[in-house]
Design a binder for this molecule. Structure first.
Ligand SMILES: [Mg+2]
Length: 221
């Protein structure tokens, strides 16, 4: 059976946080909102951006554009600004060439997550994509990981790996689903109150190199 690896998208394969800060900075300047609003919006949109969130932002800050217009603008701009490095794209291709089934397991609205995957060139390098909105389940729910494996024409029964930056949704969720886990630390410390991941690496490229080694050594991490 082919090995399965699921990758988180935001802040694992692409720098969503950096794109968000740049976008909010430009947005608040354009709407003549102060720096305190800039900080508020970054915090508010950090974990989840959605049409509903932009409806609340529109009302709270008395913005003229409609909710849907604000959401479309955000979706377009963020998708245009995120990128996946050539080295990581080549790494994903290398995993598949080595016999891995490679999937994307991401929480968020389907339209923007798909737009980011397409713009970053990731879609053509994976076997399947699972987005929470379309799956009607979210990480860390086990049901989400079941659907993510199915999207790759695979299943969790053969085990597999989850790679992500979020300790709760990616790592704890992956553990609960029976997957081995690689935490993309991005220079953070692991929260000690949680069960640790199998491996920690600084970035996605290091995770890919680790998995390619696991493959070559027949399972010994
Ligand atoms: Mg993430």
């Amino acid at each position: 059976m082919q090995r399965l690896v699921l990758f988180d998208l935001d802040d694992t394969l692409i720098d969503r946080s950096g794109a968000l800060v740049s976008w909010v900075t430009e947005f608040t300047a354009r709407h003549r909102l102060g720096d305190h609003v800039r900080r508020q919006l970054i915090a508010r949109l950090k974990d989840r951006a959605s049409p509903a969130a932009f409806g609340e932002i529109r009302t709270e800050y008395c913005l003229a554009p409609s909710r849907d217009s604000l959401w479309r603008e955000y979706r377009r701009d963020i998708a245009a600004s995120v990128a996946c490095s050539d080295a990581v794209l080549a790494g994903l291709a290398g995993l598949r060439a080595s016999g891995w089934r490679v999937g994307i397991a991401t929480n968020g609205p389907s339209d923007i997550q798909t737009a980011k995957l397409r713009a970053a060139g990731i879609l053509e390098h994976v076997d399947g994509v699972c987005v929470s909105e379309a799956a009607c389940a979210r990480k860390p729910e086990v049901a989400f990981f079941v659907k993510a494996a199915e999207a790759c024409d695979s299943s969790l029964s053969g085990g597999g790996w989850m790679v992500g930056d979020n300790p709760e949704t990616d790592i704890c969720g992956g553990q609960a689903a029976g997957l081995r886990t690689v935490w993309v630390s991005r220079d953070r410390h692991w929260p000690t109150h949680l069960a640790p991941p199998d491996r920690s690496v600084p970035n996605a490229l290091a995770a890919i190199e680790l998995l390619l080694n696991v493959d070559h050594s027949r399972g010994a991490a």
